[in-house]
Design a protein around this ligand. Structure first.
Ligand SMILES: Nc1ncnc2c1ncn2[C@@H]1O[C@H](COP(=O)(O)OP(=O)(O)OP(=O)(O)O)[C@@H](O)[C@H]1O
Ligand SMILES: [Mg+2]
Length: 224
């Protein structure tokens, strides 16, 4: 379960050098097992929301609690550890390591975890996402849809409770997009899955939807 209480997150506006609020979330929670689609205009805070949940960013105010751990109260290294153990993240830009094979990229997901995950899990996950015959290919030797599958395998290799995906189908053709979405939903069965998307077809496939504008501060809108 993810709980937001009186959370405020913003950034220093580089033009004015002043703090500018982006999100204000007074009271919101995501129960275990929920699959949620997050949508809303560009630049309004969707990626920021995922960064808060993953602990990549910390709110200026308020509290974020995940499975009874107040992650907003942890240090950066504690948040890194928490993320490695509990959260899978499919980034908006893939963030795959170019010089490494698919298998090595997925193994990176195991390196930071204290769960004692076994190396064969990386092979198992690549098999699960349909890349059993591409394990030793590098990102530049894979199609965009295949690279996205490697990202999903990397995000899931530790069997996290929570899977966050930032526009996972944004770069894919409709057929591949439908396959990747199906894969995400299957692999995240029973887990929290939060997917950011602009695509109405994708939104429609989620029982629970959140328009980020519910939490967006007026100053952000003006700034866009
Ligand atoms: N490091 C930063 N410093 C200052 N402002 C930032 C920083 N990171 C993000 N912002 C601002 O915060 C706002 C929200 O950004 P965010 O990336 O969360 O938007 P988004 O909803 O994911 O957009 P998109 O749909 O285009 O990916 C934007 O207006 C952006 O300019
Ligand atoms: Mg974004």
């Amino acid at each position: 379960m993810i709980v937001f209480e009186n959370v405020e997150k913003g950034y220093i506006n580089p033009e004015t050098n002043r703090f500018q609020s982006v999100l204000r979330i007074d009271d919101y929670s995501v129960p275990n097992g929920r699959h949620l689609a997050v949508s809303g205009p560009s630049g309004t805070g969707k990626t920021t929301l995922l960064h808060l949940i993953s602990g990549l960013l910390k709110p200026e105010q308020g509290q974020i609690t995940i499975n009874n751990v107040v992650i907003s109260g942890l240090s950066e290294s504690e948040r890194d550890r928490f993320r490695a153990d509990n959260i899978g993240y499919v980034f908006q830009s893939f963030n795959l390591l170019d010089g490494f094979t698919a298998l090595e990229n997925v193994k990176v997901g195991l390196m930071f975890s204290g769960k004692g995950a076994k190396k064969h899990q990386a092979e198992h996950m690549l098999d699960r996402v349909g890349l059993a015959d591409r394990m030793h290919y590098k990102p530049s030797q894979l199609s965009v849809g295949q690279q996205q599958r490697v990202c999903i395998a990397r995000a899931l290799v530790n069997n996290p409770d929570i899977l966050l995906a930032d526009e996972p189908t944004g770069n894919l053709d409709p057929a591949t997009s439908a396959e990747v979405l199906q894969l995400l939903k299957e692999t995240a069965a029973g887990k929290i899955l939060i997917t950011v998307t602009h695509e109405q077809d994708v939104i429609n496939q989620f029982d629970h939807q959140l328009n980020i504008e519910r939490f967006t501060q007026p100053s952000t809108q003006e700034a866009v």
